[in-house]
Each structure stands twice: as C-alpha cells, then as structure tokens.
Write a protein that binds this ligand. Structure first.
Ligand code: C5P
Length: 430
C-alpha cells in the first residue's frame, strides 16, 4: 500500500471539496454511507461552508438524470456509474471498485489499499477532512471490515490517541451497553448457543445458575455492568456449551467504545447497526442526525433499530429454510418476503462457513429486482466484477466489493442473470 500517496491525494481532495461554493453531498444509505456522509457534512459545517446532503440507495441512470442540473456534487460511498462523466463539477470519495469517469476521485483502491477490507468510505472521508475519526471506525465495521487491518488499523490507532476510540478485548456479542443481560445472551446468535439463543427462559436460568444478579435496585443490568469475575464466569459457561460442538468460535475479540458518544451509541458495532437500521429503512437524514450528535432523534433511531433487528431475525429464519443449491452458488429468492434494503445483510449472516457464494434477490422499489451477493475471501471470487459484468449484460447496474456486491436488474431477466452469474463464477474459478 502506498499510504503516503493516499494521504497526499486526500489533501488534494479536501482542496477540491472546499473550493465548491454550495455542493450537494450525495451519500449512500448504509452505515458506511451515512458515517462518511456525516463526516463530509460536519467538515463543511466546521468550515462554515454552504452545502446540502442527500442519501440515496443507488447511483443509477435515474439518479444521474436528477443530478444533471447540479453545479457541484460530492459523491460519498458512491460514484460507480460511467455517466458521472456527464455531470458538472464532481468529487468522488469512495472505496468501491469503480469505472472511469474522468472526475477527481479519492479511493483507497487507487493506492493499493483494499477498499473491501482495509478502508471504507468513512475512513477515506476521515483521512480527507480529519474530523470525526470515531465515525470512520463505525463505517468500517458497518461494511464488515473486521478485524481491522491496514489503513483501518492506522486510523484506529489515531482514534485511540485522540481519545475518540477505546479498544478492549471482550465478548463480541451485540448489546454490551444496551441490552438487559437476558436479552444480551438470548438474542446474540453469532455464534448460535444451543438451548440459549432465542430462549430467554434458558438464558435467564444460565445467568441465575452462575449467581449473576440480573438487576440492581433501580434497573436491569447490562453486560458492561458486570465485574471481571462475573464476565469470566459467563464467558467460560458459554465456551463450555459451545465446546460440545466441534466447530471453532471466536467468542472473544477486539471491541470498540466511542467515548464521545452517548451511552446508547458508544459501542462502535452497535452504532453501525443503528445507522443501517435508519438508512436501509429510508431514514438517511435520521442516521446523519445521530452521527452529528442530535440527541432529539435518538429515540426514533432506536425504534428503527428494533424494527430492523426483527426484520433481520425473520429474514434469517426464512433464508435458512429457503436457500437452494444452484451448483457453483447458493440462491435465495426472497421476493415479497425480505426487504431489498436488508437482503444483503441476511445473505451475509446465513453465509456461515459456506464455501459457495450466495446470491439473494428481493423486490426492488422501482419494479426491478434487487440482487445482493456475499462470499468469503477464501473462495477467491470477486463479486464486484461478477455482479457488474453479469448485470450489465442484461441491462442492469451493479458493483461493489470482492466479498459483497449488489445490483438492480430488470424483472424479466432473472434467468439470464443467473446464467451469467454461473458462467462468470466458472470463469473466475478456472
Ligand atoms: O445492497 P448490498 O448490501 O447487497 O450491497 C453490497 C455492496 O454492493 C455495497 O457496498 C453496495 O454499495 C454495492 N452495490 C453497488 N451497486 C448496486 C448495489 C450494491 O455497488 N446496485
């Protein structure tokens, strides 16, 4: 990686951004898009510069048409459409594999930094503007860039030095700060704990058997309230149950707290889930407001989180019984069942240790089909290339990263698309 050149290019990008007089900041709607969009917005706010923001799902031709009259555009976590070349003044801040547009772009991929695993758009935006490093981490985690490596690690170390990130080694379950102990245990299903996951009664019994108090006089305790002894007891008990299975699990790992944020949003992983919940349910402005620390919207954002988690749980249950084997890949037809905004998340979660990529589909909002694909790095398949080529062949649009990519394709072209996917995978494997 050529980090020094990347930093020089980031400085150039900042100059271009701040030379604009009233740009529209067009950002993606997922956790990374919202974090990076918020970093850019905050930079403009701090510099007292005029700007507007808009979160979108995809940069398709319709989106390009709508932007045709804009004089200055900053694309954030987006930019992969050749027709960007038709627009006026543009700056692209992105980490996806992208097409040539002839417009200035800051993208880690151009400097030997893997945009899929080593730096996301939020990290890129942080290196451009230098503010809100904690959001840089949130976006990376939202894009599954965990464990941190490469430029993400450099960013994290800077965040620790600035006091905006606190790293520790602990249980990696969801809800360390935000869920009652019973819920924390019962609804953390990565890994699935036999007899405990999705069983509040058994989860409660386990905690009681371990002598762990569930409540203080005033409130339910959360994992973070446990002392070291209690944590050790709980982790050993979970490890003991899991050891009956032959599989290896990573129960313990790096966890990140964000001291600048309020308690509900101070776990970086949880923060990224809240942002996904807002953005993927059509509430990008809400996600941006949370990133900017607007306390008046916190409750609304947490409501969306509850809805989001329920939809993912239902989606996983459907996926587990509905995935079919199509030879070189697995296929999930979730049309009418799973929302297009979360089908990719569900695919990622049911991928498990599968050696085959998974292709999921849902109904798109404009009558098309939304495709989401996920794979493990070890398959060696580049989904960004695969999806981009296969969708282009049939008049769709798509792209992404090696391990996670998506597309929108015409409704009547599904079979052709799946054939193109099969062909492309075979070509890549060979
Ligand atoms: O929507 P999903 O989560 O499946 O997207 C996976 C990745 O593919 C994301 O990084 C997204 O930006 C990218 N993508 C894309 N073009 C699309 C759909 C998704 O580049 N039409």
């Amino acid at each position: 990686m050529d980090f020094e050149k990347f930093i020089l290019a980031a400085e150039e990008a900042k100059k271009i951004a701040f030379s604009f007089s009233d740009p529209i900041i067009i950002h993606h709607y997922d956790a990374d898009g919202l974090s990076s969009g918020a970093i850019v917005k905050k930079a403009f706010m701090l510099a007292n510069l005029k700007h507007r923001t808009l979160g979108i799902k995809k940069l398709d031709d319709a989106a390009i048409e709508k932007l045709r009259n804009e004089k200055e555009i900053i694309f954030v976590d987006l930019g992969n459409n050749e027709r960007v070349s038709e627009l006026k003044d543009v700056l692209i801040i992105d980490h996806h594999q992208s097409k040539t547009t002839g417009k200035p772009q800051i993208n880690p991929l151009m400097y030997g930094i893997d945009g899929g695993s080593e730096l996301s758009s939020s990290g890129t935006a942080y290196f451009v503007f230098g503010n809100d490093i904690d959001l840089g981490l949130v976006g990376a985690l939202g894009d599954m860039q965990y464990p941190l490596q490469g430029a993400n690690k450099i960013m994290c170390e800077q965040g620790i030095a600035k006091g905006e990130i606190k790293k520790s080694t602990d249980l990696r379950f969801y809800g360390r700060h935000s869920r009652s102990l019973v819920q924390f245990l019962a609804y953390s299903d990565e890994p699935f704990i036999p007899e405990i996951s999705y069983n509040e009664e058994h989860a409660q019994k386990l905690l009681e058997d371990l002598g762990i108090n569930l409540k203080t006089t005033e409130s339910w305790r959360v994992y973070n309230d446990l002392n070291l002894e209690e944590r050790k007891k709980l982790i050993s008990a979970i490890a003991e149950i899991l050891s009956q299975n032959k599989k290896k699990y990573k129960l313990i790992g790096d966890v990140y707290d964000l001291p600048k944020r309020s308690l509900k949003f101070c776990d970086a992983h949880e923060f990224s889930t809240v942002l996904n919940a807002c953005g993927r349910h059509g509430k990008s402005e809400l996600g941006i407001a949370v990133c900017l620390g607007d306390e008046t919207v916190y409750l609304e954002a947490l409501d969306f989180l509850a809805i989001h988690k329920r939809m993912i749980r239902d989606g996983i249950a459907f996926a587990k019984k509905s995935i079919i084997d199509l030879g070189v890949f697995s296929f999930l037809d979730a049309r009418g069942i799973i929302d297009e905004g979360i089908v990719g998340i569900v695919c990622g979660m049911v991928l498990q240790n599968g050696i085959k990529p998974i292709v999921g589909i849902a109904n798109g909002e404009t009558g098309d089909i939304k495709v989401s694909t996920r794979t493990y790095k070890k398959t060696g398949i580049n989904l960004g290339i695969l999806v981009s080529e296969a969708s282009e062949k049939i008049g769709g649009i798509g792209g992404g990263h090696a391990v996670a990519a998506g597309a929108s394709i015409p409704k009547n072209k599904l079979n052709e698309f799946l054939c193109a996917v099969k062909e492309n995978i075979e070509k890549q494997i060979n």
